[in-house]
Design a protein. Structure first.
Length: 403
């Protein structure tokens, strides 16, 4: 194929560490934009003369843009190559970040955050499309794992970094920092990342967008593995949604203590992603997901039965959550790579739809957890058990068949 040949010509026949880190840096702008300013929310509400709930809507606007923009950005990349939409997205991200820093009212801030999410989305969608352009299988998994390594550090480090920076700069300075990081990402991407989609492989201009997504949604293998990738993402996000209430109301921990436990969980998940490519090479992606989801479901069922008969001690609950975060890290890479490998047609459309499905499932599961009062761990265990049951069923149905 022409795309693979160009990869070889550019020295990218095997995924390099630097290339993976560059892709991870592009993908991390979104998580950083989510987590960096969380410690500043109360101060933002005071300065802007609004409520904390209104400031939280800036987060909702960002998530909405992150989910909605992936599909058009993916299609744009299939027509015009990867570098052009990436550059446009990063420039939009920088402009919107400056707009956030200079916003004088909450409505303006919400609008700028939506645009900022659209710009950040380009990094995530294009990075995945470039991986699919250049590699597949185990080598694509190595690149994906390296990018997840960078992404995974953000939820652990960004809130702490934000709280440190607030001692020296006002909250508006955090958004100016994001604008600067966008500029660094643009320079690195333009100088280090080659165009991965040659002209002869691009979709002709004027080609309707909708048929590509209809074909992807009608592809049972792509859809199944995209759903599994969404479930793998759901595990940590559903837990993080419930964690502040579970730890404070059930286990009487203060925010500092449970933040350390969350950091431990995230760290274990980050480490697990780095083992996924090697396990994929040994067992194959589908078989790896099948085994990990079965084990995670068994652990969830066991903890659920314990919770029905007696209170779950904190050390046991923490061991359970670490195990599930590890399972999430081992499932996400093979599920995402298998979904992209199963897609026919443009990699940009496939990467965009994959991201949208992941965010939609994660949002639905997190919302489900938040509907229940935090009087026990049973609601959280129930949501996780349901998600893992679906992942196991999908992985079983898509398992490799004997020849």
């Amino acid at each position: 194929m022409a795309g693979r040949g160009e990869a070889v010509a550019n020295g990218l026949a095997r995924p390099s560490f630097a290339f993976g880190i560059a892709l991870g840096f592009l993908s991390v702008l979104g998580p950083l934009s989510i987590d960096l300013y969380l410690p500043a929310m109360p101060e933002m509400a005071r300065i802007l003369g609004t409520t904390t709930g209104a400031v939280q809507r800036t987060l909702s606007a960002f998530f909405l843009a992150l989910a909605a923009a992936q599909i058009p950005i993916g299609s744009f990349g299939d027509r015009y190559g990867r570098r052009l939409p990436l550059a446009i997205g990063l420039i939009l991200f920088m402009i919107a970040s400056v707009g956030c820093a200079t916003a004088r009212g909450i409505d303006a801030l919400i609008a700028w955050r939506f645009l900022q999410g659209c710009g950040a989305c380009a990094g995530t969608a294009i990075a995945r499309a470039m991986i699919r352009d250049l590699h597949s299988g185990h080598e694509a998994a190595r690149l994906m794992a390296l990018s997840f390594l960078i992404i995974g550090i953000s939820p652990v480090a960004a809130p702490y970094l934000g709280s440190l920076l607030l001692a020296f700069v006002p909250w508006r300075g955090l958004f100016l920092l994001l604008a600067g990081l966008g500029l660094v990402a643009l320079v690195c991407a333009w100088s280090l990342l080659p165009e991965s989609l040659p002209r002869e492989r691009r979709a002709p201009r004027g080609t309707p967008i909708l048929p590509a997504y209809v074909a992807l949604l009608a592809n049972p293998r792509f859809l199944a593995w995209a759903l599994v990738a969404g479930i793998a993402t759901t595990i940590p996000f559903a837990f993080v949604t419930a964690a502040p209430f579970v730890f404070t109301r059930i286990y009487a921990l203060d925010p500092h203590d449970y933040s350390l436990l969350l950091a431990l969980n995230a760290g274990c998940s980050i480490v697990a992603t780095q083992f996924a490519p090697g396990l994929m090479r040994r067992w194959g992606g589908p078989r790896l997901v099948l085994r990990i989801s079965a084990l995670a479901l068994a652990l969830t069922a066991a903890l659920g039965l314990w919770a029905l008969t007696a209170p779950v001690p904190l050390p046991l609950f923490q061991l359970f959550t670490v195990s599930l975060f590890v399972a999430s890290g081992l499932m996400l890479t093979p599920a995402a790579i298998t979904a992209l490998d199963a897609a026919s047609g443009g990699a940009g459309a496939a990467a965009g739809l994959l991201g949208t499905i992941q965010l939609a499932i994660t949002a639905a599961a997190s919302a489900s957890v938040s509907l229940f009062p935090a009087l026990s761990i049973s609601p959280l265990v129930g949501v996780l058990g349901t998600a893992l049951s679906l992942a196991l069923l999908l992985a079983f149905l898509q398992r490799p068949r004997p020849a």
